[in-house]
Design a protein around this ligand. Sequence first.
Ligand code: AN0
Ligand code: CP
Length: 315
Amino acid sequence: MHFTSVSDVGDVNALVEAALALKKAPLAFQHLGKNKTLGLIFLNPSLRTRLSTQKAAQNLGMQVMTVNADKDSWALEFQDGVVMDGVTVEHIRDAAPVLGAYCDILGVRCFPKLASKEEDYSEHIMRQFMRFAGKPYLSLESATLHPLQSLADAVTLAEHRPAHRPRVVLSWAPHIKPLPQAVANSFAEWMNRLEVELVITHPEGYELDPRFAGRARIEHDQQKALEGADFVYVKNWSSYADYGKILCRDSAWMLTENHLKHSNRARVMHCLPVRRNVELSDEVLDGPRGLVQAQAENRVFAAQAVLKQMLENDR
Ligand code: AN0
Ligand code: CP
């Protein structure tokens, strides 16, 4: 079993319930990962994904090995047939089977380069790790998706769910750097599989790939979108159409208390790391609406539910 997107999950609600059960009894399956090794390969930085996945694996009795491939291993080459007389030292065809030999499950974080839409959206790097390592693959955020984050978000929503079908608004926020679409794509893809009303609000030109936006209602007027919202998920992403570009720097899109006055006492979410007072105001983050710490805590149980399923399926 691989875990790269919501498509790898049969029953999303059951996986959310499994994560909530593990939260109540995190050490109940300590035997399951005995003598199993999880490899975590980071081609990009991480705080939460690294530590929550490690903690999840330890809760299941697994051993964990981590490589910061952007810093402390050889620079990897992903193109076939190149003469390697430049900066890259080792080809993925040689490195990935080594990792596969050392690990039972391989987790990889590989952000998009945001230069070529075709290359990023083909998940070129992820697919090569999967192909040449030959072991179950756990996405720690790929070029286009961040499924462990989205599962933790779904768990957090389930914990704070109102009695009615909630209105969930994904609200674009400004940022000083061009960021991947992965968190937004992934959140939309998972929400499309749950009993929620999904609204996405962003400036013109920030439309997500329709494959991920699915049945979401797109509303360019942020105030209108936020009316009656039960949950607001704040995130920046760079343009998909004008690939990797920043098209809007309007600070009016930063979510503040004032934006939420016509919401349904909305709770506010963000995957972190957040640029305070650029994407989201201090008052929202530090006030009673904020759910960001709950989301971060739930990353452990999301990862644990997925690892548990992977270990059980590959027994
Ligand atoms: C990354 C992103 O937007 O995909 C990771 C988020 C979990 N964020 C930044 O690079 C700031
Ligand atoms: N939310 C998240 O994935 O955080 P990190 O980039 O710190 O792992």
